[in-house]
Design a protein around this ligand. Structure first.
Ligand code: PLP
Length: 391
């Protein structure tokens, strides 16, 4: 007999890695009711506050009224509706690519795209801190997975040299790292991709809607949009909706339509989601989007500087994701629990989301936080940090 389910759960608890869900009542705003109590939300990816916006709600309701509640089939059967095509045209305009393909989530996009592009005999070069969905896509693909040290272009270059000529090469990276908030060296990666004739895929789940003049993302910010083969992004974070996409050439889109299993074998996104995503794109590219990005940036700068002044040793970064390193899992979880008692919800992050020994409190800022919210949060975080000996 193998281990029972109960024993396995016990082992997870003993390792300090037990997880459970918490319930938010009402809309996802900067303050939420969590398990019946109002708290300041400091761990949402709803960076621009769009998930609770009346405009997105209305767009979603109108799409449902006009097109119904479900697409009823996968995209290649009868599940391609006018809204899917409209959204794909808007994404291509937003990202300035020839075309785009919508996926049901970021997880589905990464697993589908990677396994469609490479297979046995090919090599994937993946940043060590890439999101789990990239790792899972790599494992599904049967290609050889080589994880290079975080943002280390010198190490990546020697790996590319060593594996030159072995099938197709795919370099893949988060643009803004989800747990660290730092930015990948995209210009250097473009240089390497050209020298070593590799494909470059960039997952901009946390930069889309947030970075670049019109919110188009990290590649635009760094001036490399034309040189990235696959610009992947999501709607479930700054854009306040759900789903994801690959912004690509027409040729690559054709390949994904024919090969990406998560695209082929799943019912397509429903009208409610597509309507909200279209409205989110409109807002992000409008003057309101610019204003929201300015608030987000100012809020992120403020929380970073308050926490640094309080004595926290924050990793370099300029984005809305601010990690407070605690090392051990128990400290991260205590930190989160004690803050919750003070009315602030920031999530503790443990393996396998981050490497062992690199546990942290992951704080995320929203454009809709007020200065008062952030001042209070920084004060409470510093107080708990001192009590736990983190500072
Ligand atoms: C970098 C990155 N890629 C992909 C995903 C998955 O996206 P989704 O939540 O839409 O499945 C996430 C979400 O946590 C992410 O942080």
């Amino acid at each position: 007999m193998g281990t029972t389910i109960q024993q396995e759960l016990e082992q997870i608890r003993e390792r300090g890695l037990y997880r459970s869900t918490r319930m938010v009542s009402g809309r996802q705003d900067s303050h939420v009711e969590l398990n019946g109590r109002e708290v300041l939300l400091l761990c949402s990816n709803n960076y621009l506050g769009l998930a609770g916006s009346p405009a997105l709600v209305q767009a979603s309701v109108e799409a449902t009224e006009r097109y119904g509640t479900s697409s009823g089939a996968s995209r290649l059967v009868s599940g391609t509706m006018a809204l899917h095509e409209r959204l794909e045209a808007e994404i291509a305009r937003f990202k300035r690519t020839e075309s785009s393909l919508v996926f049901n989530s970021g997880y589905a996009a990464n697993t589908g795209i990677i396994a469609a592009l490479v297979g046995r005999g090919d090599v994937i070069f993946s940043d060590r801190l890439n999101h789990a969905s990239i790792v899972d896509g790599a494992l599904l693909s049967s290609a050889r997975l080589i994880r290079y040290p975080h943002n280390d272009v010198t190490a990546l270059e020697s790996l590319l040299k060593r594996h030159r000529g072995t099938g197709r090469a795919l370099i893949v990276t988060d643009a803004v790292f989800s747990m660290d908030g730092d930015i990948a060296p995209l210009r250097e990666l473009v240089g390497l991709k050209k020298t070593y004739n590799a494909l470059l895929m960039v997952d901009d789940a946390h930069g889309s809607g947030v970075l670049g003049d019109d919110g188009s993302g990290t590649a635009e910010l760094l001036g490399v949009s034309d040189d990235v083969d696959i610009l992947m992004g999501t709607f479930g974070k700054a854009l306040g909706s759900f789903g994801a996409y690959a912004a690509v050439s027409a040729e690559l889109r054709e390949l994904l339509v024919n090969r990406a299993r998560s695209f082929i074998f799943s019912t397509s996104l429903p009208p409610a989601v597509l309507g909200a995503s279209l409205e989110a794109l409109r807002i992000v590219r409008s003057p309101e989007g610019t204003r929201l990005r300015q608030s987000l940036r100012a809020n992120a700068d403020r929380l970073r500087s308050l926490l640094s002044e309080a004595g926290f040793d924050l990793p370099d970064g300029m984005t809305q994701i601010i990690p407070i390193m605690t090392g051990q899992a128990e400290t991260a979880m205590h930190f989160s629990e004690m803050l919750l008692e003070e009315g602030i919800f920031a999530q503790g992050i443990r393996p396998p989301t981050v490497p062992a020994g690199a546990c942290r409190l992951r704080c995320t800022v929203m454009a809709t936080h007020t200065l008062r919210d952030l001042d209070r949060a920084a004060e409470r975080i510093a107080d708990v940090g001192r009590r736990l000996g983190v500072i």
